[in-house]
Each structure stands twice: as C-alpha cells, then as structure tokens.
Design a binder for this molecule. Structure first.
Ligand SMILES: O=C(CO)COP(=O)(O)O
Length: 270
C-alpha cells in the first residue's frame, strides 16, 4: 500500500479499463501487450498505482497466459459473475471460474447490467457476496440516470443503491471493496461529470460507508469515478480528495490513451 495524495489515508490508486463487449481474444492479446509495453517504457510503478483491465470472458484465458508468461504486473477481472457457485445457470459464469483464471477483480452492477439485463439490487447484493466467497474483489458500480440528476436526487439515489448492494458485508469486506461511481448520463456520451460532481458523490459514498462499517473501513475503501474519462480530463478528476482512481470505458481500448491516464494518476500520487 502506498499513500495517495488523496488525503492522509493509505489507498493505492486504481486505474481500471472496462473493455465492455469489445476485443476478441486475439485483439485482447495485442491490446494487453501494447499496454504492458507502453507502461514499461514509461517505467510505471505498479505498486504505487495499480492498473487493471476487464476484458470479455472469452479473452480472460489469453490475458492470463500472457500476464503469467511474461510476468506482467497487470491485474485483470471479469465484467460480471453469477450470484450462484455452479449448476444449471446457462450462460452464467461462476466466480470460482474467474478466480481460477487468476482474476483479482470482478465488476458488479455496471449500469449496462442494471439496465440491459435488469439486474436488481437484490441480485447485485448476492453477486457482491459471491465475489468475496471466491476471493475476488468486487468493483461495485453505482450511479444515477439523467432524470434523477435533473431532479437533484442523485446523492440519495446512488446511496440507496450502495446500501442495498453492500447489505450483509463485514467491515473487513468493506475495506477491500472498490466502489465505482458512474453516472449513467456520463457513460459513453462524452458528457463528463465535473471533478466537483465526482468528489461530491465520492465523499457522500465514503461517509455512508463510514456509517455502515465504521470510519476505518470507509477510509480504506477505494472509490473510482467512471463516465467519459479520457486523457484530457482525467487529471482534474483524479486530483479530487475522495477519488482514488477511474473506471475507463472507451478510452481503455487505446493502449496509449489508457497509459496516459495511468501516468496522470502516477503524477498525482507522487
Ligand atoms: O461505463 C464506463 C466504464 O465502466 C464508462 O464508459 P466510457 O468511458 O466509455 O464513458
């Protein structure tokens, strides 16, 4: 653990790339290699700023082979997992399988899962627990849609999702948890929440976690912002006190752009 510039608490910044449904297993190898080379050229210190990618399931074996074979310091994870461990759940992927593939993380409750797949908070709370059961760190995504933002109830709404999805966790689990605030209106739209908006929500999330799990746990939980993060807007967001990293969609598909977002955090955390 290193001390980040985001306050006096020790939280290792995390720059995460969610590839969504992009990159087949061959493209995934090329992108991972390029990213590793670019960060290596830049002498990136992975212990100081952690870097993780979230490829589609079909890419994970290839990414694992590359990361293990070349001893790359990159972390990776799945974009979803089943709330169940095994059995008759056609099309679903168990956290046990992800753990076996060397995944450190798994996304839970991305807004595209909530909207396209209708995942409810009840299901998501079960998925968060399934992740922990299999030794994976859940990156729990929360955030409001445009109508909620316009009505001004975004903090209440997002904290409601958070409370429901972390239900039943221990303080120890809350310490390990990563929460990504992704306002739905800012995802893939080019509309980025201002650094002040990101900070407002991350501070609210941290104080909610403090109420639920105690201040020590809340001060350890890493909070990310996601939604149209690019190389040209990342630095200002990453400079905010309660923002410990970013969850990048589109810009993570370009190794050079993603690597430059990583470098902004390295400078902020220096
Ligand atoms: O949903 C996101 C990351 O999970 C954000 O996607 P974009 O960066 O493409 O807006």
């Amino acid at each position: 653990m290193t001390t980040s510039a985001n306050g006096s608490f020790e939280r290792t910044p995390l720059i995460a790339g969610n590839w969504k449904m992009n990159m087949d297993h061959l493209q995934a190898i090329t992108l991972t290699q390029k990213l590793a080379w670019t960060l290596d050229d830049a002498k990136h210190d992975f212990a100081r700023v952690e870097v993780a990618v979230f490829p589609p399931f079909t890419d994970l074996r290839g990414v694992q082979t590359l990361v293990a074979g070349d001893d790359l310091p990159l972390a990776y994870g799945g974009q979803d997992l089943s709330q169940f461990d095994s059995g008759a759940y056609t099309g679903d992927i168990s956290g046990a399988f992800l753990a076996k593939l060397g995944c450190r993380y798994v996304l839970v409750g991305h807004s595209e899962r909530r909207t396209v797949h209708g995942e409810t908070d009840e299901v998501l709370a079960a998925k968060v627990k399934a992740a922990f059961r299999h030794g994976l760190v859940p990156v729990l995504c929360v955030g409001e849609g445009l109508e909620v933002r316009q009505a001004g109830t975004h903090v209440e709404h997002t904290l409601g999702q958070l409370r429901a999805d972390v239900e039943g966790l221990t303080a120890e689990q809350a310490t390990a948890l990563v929460v990504a605030y992704e306002p739905v209106w800012a995802i893939g739209t080019g509309e980025v929440a201002g650094p002040g908006d990101a900070q407002e929500m991350c501070a609210a999330i941290r104080s909610e976690l403090a109420e639920l799990f105690g201040a020590d746990a809340a001060n350890a939980t890493r909070l990310l912002y996601g939604g149209s993060v690019k190389a040209n807007n990342a630095a200002a967001i990453l400079a905010e006190k309660d923002v410990d990293g970013v969850l990048v969609g589109g810009a993570s598909l370009d190794a050079a752009e993603f690597a430059s977002i990583v470098r902004f955090e390295s400078h902020t955390a220096a």
